[in-house]
Design a protein around this ligand. Structure first.
Ligand SMILES: *[C@@H]1O[C@H](CO)[C@@H](O)[C@H](O)[C@H]1NC(C)=O
Length: 170
């Protein structure tokens, strides 16, 4: 009887620790908004985001194992071979939704190199306080570099080259 109780308690503990590791609803909501705003017509990479757990097999998304929060988003385009007429790789079209900066508190890597992302860099990108790598090279971004970028205290690699950005570096 006693060992049964210990067994059940272990099961409950396991269930709780698994649910801690699953994608938090706030992070999931941001990623779903991201998926809704963007389109990848060649390989349909966003359809490989199954179920509710963004920390489990969502292509290009990694979570921090301790906090279970989204830590890296790396979705690089593969359309960099100019010789091929018909694209064979992936390329993401659309605009980065503004909510990306408000609800991913520990995002460290945001890398969308080599896509067809247009529109502006979200104005409050500077609230991604843990961001260490922001690489949006080779896209079609327009507008200015948001002044809030100076708030990115952990930033070590910033690359916005090969876009259509205008204005000054804040
Ligand atoms: C951004 O990615 C490009 C393409 O891979 C790379 O050449 C560049 O060094 C990266 N920028 C930074 C600052 O890491």
């Amino acid at each position: 009887m006693g060992s049964m109780k210990v067994f059940l308690a272990t099961l409950v503990t396991l269930a709780v620790s698994f649910s801690v590791n699953a994608c938090p609803l706030a992070d999931q909501a941001v990623l779903l908004a991201f998926k809704a705003a963007l389109n990848e017509p060649y390989l349909s990479i966003f359809s490989s985001w199954p179920g509710n757990d963004c920390c489990s097999n969502w292509y290009g998304v990694s979570c921090d194992p301790t906090t279970g929060r989204v830590a890296d988003i790396v979705l690089r385009g593969e359309l960099r071979t100019p010789f091929l007429k018909k694209p064979t790789g992936q390329a993401i079209f659309g605009e980065i939704p503004a909510c990306i900066s408000s609800s991913l508190p520990i995002l460290r890597i945001f890398d969308l190199v080599g896509n067809q992302i247009s529109g502006k860099i979200p104005a409050d990108i500077g609230s991604l306080g843990w961001l260490t790598i922001l690489n949006l090279t080779d896209n079609k971004l327009t507008g200015g570099i948001p002044p809030s970028i100076v708030n990115l205290g952990s930033l070590m690699h910033l690359d916005l080259s090969n876009n259509k950005l205008a204005g000054e570096i804040p």
